[in-house]
Design a protein around this ligand. Sequence first.
Ligand code: UDP
Ligand code: MG
Length: 134
Amino acid sequence: MAFERTYIMLKPDCVKRGLIGEVISRIEKKGFKIENMKMIQLDEKILREHYAHIADKPFFPGVLDYMQSGPVVAMIVTGDNAIKGMRNLMGPTNYDEAKGGTIRGDFATSTGENIIHGSDSPETAEAEIKRFFS
Ligand code: UDP
Ligand code: MG
């Protein structure tokens, strides 16, 4: 198992619904560590960078609005296989596939409003940590 660092973000719906503690508790109980954490308001510029891979999708304008609708909690999370491990804890992107027991399965209200972001590869983890923590 490889020690990894990943970028995790609690999205505006997580903050508004009072689920910060619940979600952080699951991350910690799984054995991952929070190396750094801050609450920030995102702007369109950083979101266009962060979500460049979905910029041509019809749902992109909705993501831009949703992600600016309130503050997010940005975190660097570390541990053995933290990148894949956090994706497993989060559950899949697709609302219909997110099973109970995962963060998205238990709390997401749609594919769009899905509580949490996590890096999907070592390359994106490095770029996202740099984007939000430098
Ligand atoms: N999203 C959406 N509809 C979709 C796919 C994605 O609204 O059909 C939103 C959702 O908030 C998702 C984000 O766009 O978390 C980024 O999409 P990505 O494919 O990177 O999913 P993730 O890595 O967050 O699971
Ligand atoms: Mg993604």
